[in-house]
Design a protein around this ligand. Structure first.
Ligand SMILES: Cc1ncc(COP(=O)(O)O)c(C=O)c1O
Ligand SMILES: [Zn+2]
Length: 403
């Protein structure tokens, strides 16, 4: 019995096929590579009924994932995060069928654990012993943790302005960590140079290797399964490098081909911060690719990506599904981060909060209808961003009273 139905790697730009059992970065043409599966074989190996009986983690979809042998799985228990109804917030926003998939419960605190679990497992399976990556913080924290568990070395470079907790996470997991006075693109140049000069490292930059996206894809697989193998109307996603939105789109296309899911493709919404919105600008211009965003800055640090390698894939997913791209201000997203905690009790990350601010905007503009079933991805816990939730509270003397 095959654990994975992985067949080959395909270039979405030039169409070239590559051997999936060799270590690959991007295609010779510069495009990210996508993993392709023998879906007919997968359908013969498993079914939604079969999957329902498996453990509640993302490995339940192993036929649609790239790791070939169960023994190569590196796991910290990731996947099957809750899909929560948001009735009070939904009512306030005029979208009563509002759901939140809460990725804040994953190991390392963000959805980055999904990509790291699959990426590190597959890299280890192919014999890789060291990974290197530029990061806005959360991906580095996740890859460092999974690398530690796989007994792999990790080299991480992140902007000096990245959230402090991510530094601590990388350091604790034994990563070789550097801060750069710049943005993620500057970190990327340092990593590419180190990988070329040192040798022996896999460059695991966003979409620079083909398997991180396969981990992110499991968000889409879980959404479909948690809705009873049915599509929602709209999915709202905080978009930086775009791996999540591309992965969710890929999941739904694979499920559609398998015939496992009812309903049409959901409209995919890419949410960005007003201080870094290259995809929103490209979408507004009807363009197929984005232009680098100058002087990028937002409190939603994970989505500070001035130019994504996979921008054309993000835009394709939006155009193909009748979706849209929206920018929200830091002020608006911070206000909705507080609103989610106040009305629903959930402490979400600023990137996730940007999605709720976008839902508010899209409902006001009429793009979202009251009847739409809307799934928001909260990509991480707010607990790793304490500076976004300042609490000014009275201090009492021990002999005081709050009666
Ligand atoms: C919390 C959080 N949300 C969203 C993103 C954006 O991720 P993607 O590359 O899938 O667009 C990041 C990336 O760092 C992140 O850390
Ligand atoms: Zn190519």
């Amino acid at each position: 019995m095959s654990y994975s139905a992985l067949s080959h790697l395909e270039c979405p730009r030039c169409g070239a096929c590559h051997d999936a059992d060799l270590v690959h970065g991007t295609c010779g043409c510069g495009s990210p590579l996508l993993a392709r599966y023998d879906l007919r074989a997968a359908a013969g190996l498993t079914s939604p009924q079969d999957i329902a009986g498996r453990p509640a983690d993302l490995w339940r979809y192993h036929e649609l994932l790239p790791v070939r042998a169960a023994g190569h799985v590196v796991t910290l228990g990731e996947g099957m995060t809750p899909m929560l109804a948001m009735p009070r917030l939904g009512k306030a926003l005029g979208v009563p069928n509002l759901l939140m998939k809460d990725e804040g419960l994953l190991p390392t605190g963000t959805f980055k654990a999904r990509g790291a679990a699959i990426g590190v497992s597959r890299a280890a399976e192919l014999g890789v012993t060291a990974i290197a990556m530029p990061t806005n913080g959360n991906a580095g924290a996740a890859w460092a943790a999974y690398a530690a568990r796989a007994e792999m070395r990790s080299l991480v470079v992140m902007p000096a302005a990245a959230p402090a907790i991510a530094r601590a996470q990388c350091a604790a997991a034994g990563a070789e960590l550097y801060l750069v006075e710049g943005l993620i693109g500057d970190a990327g140049r340092l990593i590419a140079d180190a990988v070329a000069r040192r040798g022996g490292y896999l460059n695991a930059t966003t979409l620079g290797e083909p398997y991180r996206i396969e981990g992110k894809k499991t968000m889409g697989l879980e959404i479909a399964e948690q809705l009873g193998w049915r599509m929602p109307d709209v999915i709202v996603y905080p978009t930086g490098g775009g791996v999540g939105i591309i992965g969710i789109y890929k999941a739904f296309r694979e499920l559609t081909e398998l015939g496992w899911v009812r309903g049409g493709m959901p409209r995919l919404v890419a949410v960005q911060a007003a201080g870094c919105a290259p995809i929103v600008a490209a979408f507004g211009a009807g363009a197929a690719e984005s232009e680098p965003w100058p002087d990028a800055s937002t409190v939603a640090f994970g989505i500070t990506v001035p130019k994504a390698l996979g921008d054309f894939l993000i835009l394709e997913a939006i155009y193909a599904t009748g979706g849209t791209a929206v920018a929200v201000t830091d002020q608006a997203l911070l206000a909705d981060q507080r609103e989610v905690a106040r009305l629903e009790g959930s402490i979400i990350c600023p990137e996730g909060a940007a999605c709720f601010a976008a839902v508010r905007q899209l409902r006001e503009s009429g793009w979202l209808a009251e009847a739409d079933e809307v799934v928001v991805l909260n990509t991480g816990t707010g607990l790793i961003y304490p500076e976004t939730m300042p609490a000014d509270v009275p201090v009492l003397p021990a002999s005081g009273s709050c009666a």
